[in-house]
Design a protein around this ligand. Structure first.
Ligand code: PMP
Length: 369
């Protein structure tokens, strides 16, 4: 009976991506009216009204294929960031950029991808899909990237080094004083990917590293950005990036022809133009991080200094029961138990009313367990 289905074993060893639990599912499972989701680092204020208007207007033309070159969006990014078109990458979310870059750089079994641990799980997937070796370098005790250890992990088979800056799930950043000597010692043939998905929130980071500076100077660096976080467009999927021209050229050969859909293109252009929306989102985020840090400190937990749109805290006790108790009370967060931090909790910066609910439920939960 049945046909022999021969799926690559490498694929079957992968775990499917575990997204934050959807609100509706948690509502149903626990019979709750009020459920808030602080688990996926979305913009709690939603998209810019200009993006909604642009998508509504463009919806009537969704029977037409998108502009495969995303010309208008590339031009808008080019103007805003002061970089020529030849250096711009666009994808169906930065997830797709991570995936295709892996396909482009990791060819042979035995090629290596280096990332911080814990780090964003899609880097992991990139190495697995390419059938390559994943090298995870533990973060330092303060949960920042250990660039010296990452450098020491480079071998003649290393092709890519991924650094999320700020990092997910820890919110920590690297400094120029650390990154410049690191980059200077990275051997030829290794590309460094700086994933700045949360970059807009990190404007106040000390001695900041910006991928764009390195791409402009011709260094073997790729910067990744997204419209999913500060720009509030996670559901429509647009990621972008900055890269050396030869990487962009190769990317155009490797990518799908219509990888950024037509509604996503107009939404992203409108979101880029709405600078007030971004500024307000970032300003609120600072207040929200401050609020969450105080909630954690009052509970004798240790929040790490976050430069992203989520807080990460060591509760000094197992986080999984806290996560589960919060879930039963309609507050969806993330526990660090899946990434080797069984005492840590990650909480996205929601609206202030949501953060107040989190604070109340969190205090009650801690008293109960
Ligand atoms: N990089 C990092 C560090 C992230 O946390 C995320 C979102 N979880 C992404 C990339 C992917 O974002 P998107 O595909 O929505 O652009």
């Amino acid at each position: 009976m049945g046909m022999a289905i021969a799926i690559r074993p490498q694929i079957l060893r992968m775990e499917p991506y575990a997204p934050g639990r959807p609100v509706e599912e948690v509502q149903r499972e626990f019979g709750l009216d009020r459920v808030i989701k602080l688990a996926s680092n979305e913009n709690p204020f939603g998209p810019s009204p200009r993006a909604i208007a642009a998508v509504t207007e463009a919806a009537a033309r969704m029977h037409i294929y998108p502009d495969g070159a995303s010309r208008a969006l590339r031009q808008a990014i080019s103007q805003k960031f002061g970089v020529t078109d030849a250096h711009i990458l666009l994808g169906n979310g930065s997830d797709e950029l991570i995936h295709i870059l892996g396909v482009m750089f990791l060819g042979e079994p035995g090629d290596e991808l280096i990332m911080g641990d814990p780090g964003f799980s899609r880097y992991d997937a990139s190495a697995h899909l390419a059938g390559c070796r994943l090298v995870k370098v533990p973060l330092r005790a303060d949960l920042t990237h250990d660039l010296d250890a990452m450098l020491a992990a480079i071998t003649p088979r290393t092709r890519m080094v991924f650094i999320a800056n700020p990092n997910n799930p820890t919110g920590t950043v690297i400094t120029r004083a650390e990154f410049d000597p690191f980059l200077a010692r990275v051997p030829d043939g290794v590309v460094v990917v700086l994933d700045e998905a949360y970059g807009e929130y990190a404007a106040d980071a000390p001695d900041p590293v910006s991928a764009l500076d390195y791409v402009r100077s011709g260094a073997p660096v790729i910067g990744l950005r997204t419209f999913s976080k500060a720009y509030g467009l996670a559901g429509i999927r647009v990621g972008f990036g900055f890269a050396p021209a030869e990487v962009v050229d190769a990317y155009h050969r490797a990518r799908e022809p219509f990888n950024v859909n037509s509604l996503a293109q107009v939404a992203a252009i409108a979101a880029l133009e709405d600078e007030d929306h971004i500024a307000e989102s970032v300003a609120h985020n600072h207040a929200g991080l401050q609020f969450l840090a105080e909630v954690f400190c009052a509970a004798e937990a240790h929040p790490y200094r976050s430069f992203a749109n989520f807080a990460y805290a060591d509760l000094g006790r197992p986080a999984q029961p806290v996560f589960e108790a919060l879930l039963r009370r309609g507050v969806i967060v993330r526990s660090g138990s899946h990434v080797g931090h069984p005492h840590c909790l990650r909480v996205s910066v929601g609206r202030m009313d949501e953060l107040e609910i989190f604070a109340t439920e969190f205090r009650q939960v801690l008293d109960l367990i």
